[in-house]
Design a binder for this molecule. Structure first.
Ligand SMILES: Nc1ncnc2c1ncn2[C@@H]1O[C@H](COP(=O)(O)OP(=O)(O)OP(=O)(O)O)[C@@H](O)[C@H]1O
Ligand SMILES: [Mg+2]
Length: 394
């Protein structure tokens, strides 16, 4: 099952690109579902069809749906969330861990992810296209399974064991601070589901396409998004530049066209060979199936709009070197000033423009010290050297 996610800054054309791509794939005979996580119902508006929480057939082979956050889920999610943060406060967790948990997204995003996974694993689709929320939320959403894994594996078991031991005492003086067993169960269930979500999102048949408009501010954000996506281990298979002005004699339009051309040139130069699709600025809003199909044709021509990505570099790699080990991470378009590394015990935290990934180090690396780190042509290389003290101890 092929899964394609569209993300990008607010208003750049994610919904339009998702619908146009889905229409183009359906026109070639695929069975396609386009799914929106936007509570504003804009996918239905773009297609000109009211959508519900189950797939609606919009055209031959083309289905669309709108994920709606159900109240019940929202309640239990809020309960989990408030429990996690109150527990953290009481446990006096350090800043790094607390920050890790503040990236938990809202119920809509979590629910959307679960629905994407359900459709991708058991739906009849050849292709599932996901119209994601704007950049910030999407990144948080993509980080969630890992953040929760970290939490469930490290903090949770000890907490739960400790609580089991003291519960008989506590229940007599029960106060709001004592988490109920069902909260634990809910967190564990959610964690299991999110592991499936992560499996779907990081599968070789899943990729992310980043939509941008060729303007300095948008391009700057797209850069950071691209680096952060790589950081979390998601495959980006291309960039889509939308609302590109045509060449014109009119001085106003010519000015815009020239400024955009310069931005596009910079994006092309730094994209490290990622394909760049271009969608022209249209004279009217591309609303309705006919207009979206036309946008799809302009984008992809007769080509497959969603081929399985090939030959993408390994995102994370650890191998022995002459004097220790080298951990390499592919971070396209990363800038040195946006990058931060922190080693805490057996974990290495890598932060890019506010997004953090905590890597649990393999045992060989745990007994090493970080010698240095370099960033060269989109690759971060961290050198580890054996620490004699640590090797002696065990
Ligand atoms: N190439 C284009 N030419 C002209 N208008 C466009 C083009 N692409 C998108 N639009 C219009 O721009 C507006 C924003 O597009 P769209 O809703 O696809 O953006 P979005 O990234 O999904 O926004 P949001 O972040 O709010 O979800 C819509 O009115 C859409 O019809
Ligand atoms: Mg949208």
């Amino acid at each position: 099952m092929r899964v394609l996610l569209f993300t990008g800054k607010g208003g750049v054309g994610k919904t339009t690109a998702s619908a146009a791509t889905a229409a183009a794939a359906a026109a070639r005979g695929s069975k396609v579902l386009v799914l929106s996580t936007d509570p504003a119902h804009s996918l239905g508006d773009a297609l000109g069809v009211p959508l519900g929480a189950t797939p609606t057939e919009v055209d031959t082979g083309l289905y669309a749906m709108q994920v709606d956050a159900q109240r019940a889920f929202e309640r239990s999610w809020r309960e989990i969330q408030s429990y996690l943060s109150s527990m953290l406060e009481r446990a006096g967790v350090d800043a790094l861990q607390a920050e890790e948990l503040t990236v938990l997204p809202g119920a809509e995003e979590v629910l959307a992810l679960l629905e994407v996974t359900r459709q991708a694993t058991s739906g009849p689709w050849d292709l599932v296209v996901v119209d994601c929320a704007p950049t910030g939320e999407t990144l948080r959403l993509l980080a969630l399974p890992e953040a929760l894994t970290w939490y469930v594996e490290r903090v949770f078991p000890a907490q739960r064991r400790a609580l089991r031991a003291v519960r008989p005492l506590l229940s007599r003086v029960s106060g709001p601070a004592v988490p109920r067993e069902d909260v634990f169960d809910a967190v564990e269930r959610l964690h299991r589901e999110l592991l499936q979500v992560r499996a779907v999102l990081t599968a070789p048949t899943t990729s992310v396409r980043l939509v941008l408009t060729p303007e300095a501010v948008v391009v700057a954000e797209a850069r950071r998004t691209l680096t952060s996506l790589a950081l979390y281990g998601y495959r980006v298979d291309g960039l889509l530049a939308n609302r590109v002005f045509p060449q014109s004699q009119d001085p106003f339009l010519a000015g815009w066209a020239a400024a955009q051309a310069a931005q596009l040139e910079a994006v092309r130069a730094d994209a490290g060979g990622l394909p760049l699709l271009v969608s022209p600025y249209r004279a009217d809003e591309p609303v309705g199936l006919a207009a979206l199909t036309e946008v799809g044709r302009q984008l992809y021509g007769e080509a497959d709009p969603a081929p399985v990505p090939q030959d993408l570099p390994d995102l994370l790699d650890v191998r022995p070197s002459s004097d220790g080990f080298e951990l390499t991470m592919t971070l396209p378009l990363a800038r040195r000033e946006d990058l931060e590394l922190t080693r805490t015990g057996d974990e290495l935290a890598i932060t890019v423009a506010g997004h953090r990934r905590v890597l649990a180090l393999p045992s060989a690396l745990r007994r090493c010290t970080v010698a240095d780190a370099t960033l060269r042509s989109g690759r971060l290389v961290v050198r580890f050297e054996p620490d004699p003290d640590l090797w002696m101890r065990s």
